[in-house]
Design a binder for this molecule. Structure first.
Ligand code: SF4
Length: 232
């Protein structure tokens, strides 16, 4: 089995067990970016509550900009790290107002994915994972974001080297995972990481991809490329 075959086998197995998530590209890219910024260090429920309060309190992003960072902080307190997140969100709104003349990320729709990613990465506080989430979920692009669960699971599967940085891991996974699998594999690997492939005490005997996992003692492991020097 080659590397691509390995990825496809894991993808198929996860879909058999966890299902095939329906691909949906939701809403406005700026809403998507702010939602993703709110997700840092909190669960989905609190992230959604913080976002809902923000939208409730400020009918437009213009209104949020005018209200100032302190008012944003109060609105998103439920989501945790409110001081840091509110300053970042306010700075983003301010930057868009000054550079674009309007508070919107709609201009990204007309750009190639690489360029759209670079524009997102130029925003303070936006890293690869956040940029790729916006590309995948809100701009409908073939992009693979890797959160902490995905980094752990793909390390254990052997897809990324043990010592690879998060940025390097994003590059490897983007090249390794076939575009049609990205949406489903992203969600199913997170589900696997949350339920079975936990940081400590992973439940390998119950894991649907154990036969393909080097960490879990499987035999159908990801082929090592002896000739290739891994760049971390
Ligand atoms: S076999 Fe174990 S280590 Fe491998 S992916 Fe499954 S739970 Fe994680």
């Amino acid at each position: 089995m080659d590397r691509l075959g390995h990825v496809k086998a894991v993808h198929r197995r996860l879909e058999e067990v966890f299902g095939r998530p329906r691909k949906e590209t939701a809403g406005d890219p700026l809403d998507g970016l702010i939602l993703t910024m709110l997700s840092q260090n909190t669960n989905d429920r609190n992230r959604d509550r913080a976002f809902a309060r923000l939208k409730e309190r400020f009918p437009t992003w213009e209104a949020a900009l005018k209200a100032g960072p302190q008012a944003l902080e109060e609105a998103i307190r439920v989501g945790g790290l409110a001081r840091i997140k509110s300053r970042r969100i306010w700075a983003l709104l301010d930057q868009l107002r000054h550079t674009q003349g309007r508070i919107s990320l709609q201009h990204l729709r007309g750009l190639p994915s690489e360029e759209a990613e670079q524009r997102l990465l130029a925003i303070p506080g936006v890293g690869k994972k956040t940029a790729r989430c916006v590309l995948l979920f809100h701009l409908g692009r073939d992009a693979f974001p890797a959160d902490t669960h995905i980094l752990r699971v793909t390390r254990r599967l052997g897809w990324i080297p043990e010592q690879a940085t998060a940025d390097r891991a994003h590059e490897i996974l983007q090249g390794l995972i076939p575009p049609p699998c990205m949406f489903s594999l992203h969600l199913n690997l997170i589900h696997l990481g949350r339920t079975l492939c936990r940081p400590k005490a992973s439940r390998c005997p119950s894991c649907p991809v154990q036969p393909w996992c080097q960490h879990g003692g499987g035999t159908l492991t990801f082929p090592k490329d002896e000739d290739r020097e891994e760049i971390l």
